[in-house]
Structure formats: structure tokens, C-alpha cells
Write a protein that binds this ligand. Structure first.
Ligand SMILES: [Zn+2]
Length: 481
């Protein structure tokens, strides 16, 4: 008999904080290989004897902003410790990190997952989020390895979740939300290609209904959302098989082989590292005075969940509200379109389909949109007032996107203005009725849809300049006589 198991998943996410300089020295942060290896290093971040760390206030501020976004309890006093391990990418042979007293304590975020028309929400606990410095980057080739210290000492925030996730899809949604929040509050750019967001995953199984956790494995250093999802699904299947065959899951650290799609052991807990944590003697405790914290809070933008709720209250679907709050820039663009007088649903529609379609094809983000928010609002208002049809507006919009010209000017230039002269509209309607006896007969038999054929005939006659909504009314009126 096979048992049903419930997966228990926890994530540890390292995000590189987007400060100007490194965590404990004044070298520039975020220099990658393109700047040349070991070009942004100093005696401190390369671990020379006799150097002392100096805390970077900007990085601390970003770490606290991140903590606030994660709903964390911000600790007034936190402290740094040394975490020892011997590895070529760690010049001091220890990493300065927060262990017992992290700056950000318990928190909670809400994730959204599931199909578009059946979105589910779930709260996921944050155990804590602590500050630390990054290690250098090693690259291995043949029988030698190279180390680039540009990354050594860059500020990281490690976000540790509670074991609240139950599937790869939930983990994916959690990652998406963490990335959105970190970008939203400018804590990190989370560019995964540059390694600015790296993930360790813990997976264990327990029989459904059992409270006690099973033995877990840890998959280290995943650097894409897809890898996280694939590795979790693989590990769930692997552990299920081991348990169903009467075996035991071995507690070990694994690596994900993304080319071949399986996990392989990195080290087992028998040789678990003893990090010999002890307080960092060269750094005083980090004290975050209340007035200081209040100042950071005052500078926080409205968070995406609050914006989403606002957008839903305007009548948008939860899905559209989610799309419009994927980035802060998108939400702000949408709000600007509204503030220029466009309707919420129309604005959402234009942005999530037409504008994003063109931007995605060009690999641009909304901040680079050739159509300014005010100009999109103008176009929407031309449709709403019946001056042009939605179809005509689409053509105008494409021209606006291509040329940067304004909507009204293009409508004029393209000769698209709809005819609203009632005399002309009635004349066209009467002509169409005279020319289409079959549609008229169908309509009189009770087929109200037959009016569509007449509207179509008028649109042809008017070369698209008749307002179809008004034309429909006129035709129904004439046919009713
Ligand atoms: Zn340095």
C-alpha cells in the first residue's frame, strides 16, 4: 500500500541589496564581470589582516525597507556574528552575518496562485530576514579555479520563510511575491541573471494528517524560478518513492542538475559544517532608534497589496489588478491614466493588452513606454465620447506607439473622426434598410441580431466613420416604425 504524503517546503532567499557601496567598505556594489574581475576590491573586502568593517547605513536602510515590505517586526537592536567556514571565495575565512539577533523578525506575506479564473490566496510566514555580506565568486575550469572578489562583501538580505509552503506552485508564487516586494521598495533589482536573487530550498514529506515534520533535504543555490519549481517537483517525487519503498530520506544538502533534471548530493549532514558562530567583535550592535525607524516608514511607498485592493474596488478583476501591480511603475502608470480622466476598466484593458503586448515584443518596461500616460488617457476619452470606435483607436494607438504622436492629431490626420451629424446617420441607416430587405425581414420576424448586418452595411458606406453604438439605436428605431 502506498501512503499519501504532504510536502513541507521552506525557502531561504538571498537578495542582493541595491545600495551604492558594499556592506562594510566603500567599494562599489553590484560590479559584475563586465567591469573586469577584481576591479572593485579593497583591503577590507579582500580580507587583509588589520582591516576593520564599517557598517553601510544605506544597506541597513534598504534591509529595513525590505523588512517592512515583508510585514516583519523590525528589531530595535540587532547584532552581527562571524560564521566560519574555510573556502577560497571567503578571504577572511568567515562571513559577517546576523544569526541570533536579526534586524527583521517575524513577518508574513500573502501569495496568489492557481488558474486565472480561480485565483487562491494564502498567507506565508516569514521566520526572519537578516543582513549579511556576500562571498566572492569562484569559477571552476579544468584543474584550476578562479576567484573574483568584486562580489565579496556586497550586502545581502537573507529571507527565511516558515515551512508553510505545500507545493512547487506555492513556492513559485512565493518567489514571485518576494521579487515583486523587493523591487517595489527599491531594496533589490532581483536580476536573477546577475545572481541578485538566489534560492535554497528545504523539502520534506510527512504522511497526510501527521504533524511532525519528516527528514528534510536542502537544495542549494537555485538561480531561476523554473529551477526552483523543477527541483521541488523532482525532490517530492524522489522522496515519495524512497518512503513508499520502505526506505528513509537521508538528511543532506543537494545540488540541482538542471541539464539532466535531478538532484545530486553535495554533502550529507554527517559532515555538517560547524560554523562556530561568535559575536563580531569589530562591529557594535546595530541600534535602530525609533525616530529613525519612523523616518524610514514615512518614506515607504504604498505596498502592492494595498494598491491591488484599491484597483479591485474600482471594478477590476483580481487578475487584472495583479497584472497592473506586477511592478510599481505599472501601477503608477495606470493611476496616472486614471488621474487624466480615463475610465478604470478601459485603462486597465489598454494597458494590460495593447500596451504591454507592444512593450513585451520590444523587451521594454513600462518606464520606457513611447506612449505617455496622459496621451493614452486622451485616446481612451476619444473612444468613450464616441469620437472614434475602439477598432479605430487600436490603429491610432499603434501609430502613437510608433511615432510618439498625440491621439487627437492622429485622428485628424487619418481622417478618422466619427460622423455624429444625426441627419447623415439617419440617411445612411435608411439607405441600408432599403438595400437589405432580407435583414429587415429577419428582424421583423424577431431576430434582433439581424440589425448587426445593417450596422455592418452602414459602417461600409461610411468607411467606418459612423458610430456603431448610435447607429444600432437609429436602426432599431427606424425598423420599429
Ligand atoms: Zn572593498
Amino acid at each position: 500500500m502506498t501512503t499519501s504524503f504532504e510536502p513541507v517546503i521552506g525557502l531561504e532567499i538571498h537578495v542582493q541589496l541595491h545600495s551604492k557601496t558594499k556592506m562594510f567598505c566603500t567599494c562599489l556594489n553590484g560590479m559584475d564581470e563586465s567591469c573586469g574581475p577584481n576591479s572593485e576590491i579593497c583591503p577590507r573586502c579582500s580580507g587583509q589582516p588589520g582591516t576593520l568593517p564599517v557598517m553601510n547605513e544605506g544597506a541597513v536602510r534598504l534591509g529595513v525597507r525590505a523588512g517592512l515590505a515583508l510585514g516583519c517586526q523590525i528589531n530595535e537592536v540587532s547584532s552581527f556574528e562571524r560564521k566560519h567556514y574555510f573556502y577560497p571565495d571567503l578571504p577572511k575565512s568567515y562571513q559577517i552575518t546576523q544569526n541570533a539577533h536579526p534586524v527583521n523578525g517575524r513577518g508574513e506575506i500573502e501569495i496568489t496562485f492557481g488558474p486565472k479564473d480561480k485565483l487562491q490566496k494564502k498567507k506565508i510566514g516569514i521566520h526572519h530576514a537578516h543582513l549579511e555580506e556576500d562571498a566572492a565568486k569562484s569559477s571552476h575550469s579544468g584543474d584550476y579555479s578562479l576567484v573574483d572578489f568584486n562580489r565579496a562583501g556586497c550586502p545581502l538580505l537573507e529571507i527565511v520563510s516558515m515551512p508553510d509552503l505545500r507545493s512547487a506552485d506555492e513556492a513559485y508564487a512565493y518567489l514571485t511575491e518576494i521579487k515583486r516586494l523587493m523591487q517595489w521598495v527599491d531594496a533589490s533589482e532581483c536580476d536573477m541573471e546577475k545572481g541578485e536573487l538566489r534560492v535554497d530550498v528545504n523539502v520534506s514529506l510527512r504522511p497526510v494528517g501527521q504533524e511532525k515534520f519528516g527528514t528534510r533535504t536542502e537544495i542549494k543555490n537555485l538561480n531561476s524560478f523554473k529551477a526552483v519549481k523543477d527541483a521541488i517537483n523532482y525532490e517530492i517525487a524522489r522522496q515519495t518513492q524512497v518512503l513508499n519503498e520502505g526506505g528513509q530520506v537521508v538528511q543532506q544538502t543537494l545540488l540541482w542538475d538542471k541539464e539532466h533534471g535531478f538532484t545530486k548530493p553535495m554533502r550529507s549532514k554527517e559532515d555538517a559544517l560547524d560554523y562556530r558562530y561568535f559575536p563580531e567583535p569589530d562591529l557594535p550592535p546595530l541600534i535602530l532608534r525609533k525616530d529613525r525607524l519612523e523616518k524610514i516608514k514615512a518614506q515607504m511607498p504604498e505596498l502592492p497589496a494595498a494598491k491591488e485592493a484599491k484597483f479591485v474596488a474600482l471594478g477590476l478583476s483580481a487578475y487584472d489588478a495583479g497584472v497592473l501591480t506586477l511592478t510599481r511603475k505599472t501601477a503608477e502608470y495606470f493611476e496616472q491614466v486614471l488621474s487624466c480622466g480615463a475610465g478604470a476598466k478601459a485603462a486597465a484593458n489598454w494597458i494590460t493588452t495593447d500596451l504591454m503586448g507592444l512593450l513585451n515584443a520590444d523587451k521594454k518596461d513600462i518606464g520606457q513606454s513611447p506612449v505617455a500616460a496622459a496621451d493614452l488617457a486622451e485616446l481612451i476619452k476619444l473612444v468613450e465620447s464616441g469620437k472614434i470606435s475602439r477598432n479605430q483607436a487600436k490603429t491610432v494607438f499603434e501609430q502613437m506607439y510608433k511615432t510618439g504622436a498625440k491621439a487627437a492629431a492622429l485622428v485628424e490626420k487619418m481622417g478618422l473622426s466619427q460622423v455624429s451629424d444625426e441627419g447623415q446617420l439617419f440617411a445612411w441607416a435608411q439607405e441600408a434598410i432599403n438595400e437589405s430587405p432580407k435583414a429587415v425581414a429577419d428582424f421583423k420576424k424577431g431576430n434582433r441580431a439581424a440589425v448587426g448586418a445593417l450596422v455592418g452595411a452602414v459602417m461600409k458606406k461610411s468607411r467606418g466613420k459612423a458610430n456603431p453604438r448610435r447607429m444600432n439605436e437609429i436602426l432599431v428605431e427606424l425598423l420599429g416604425k
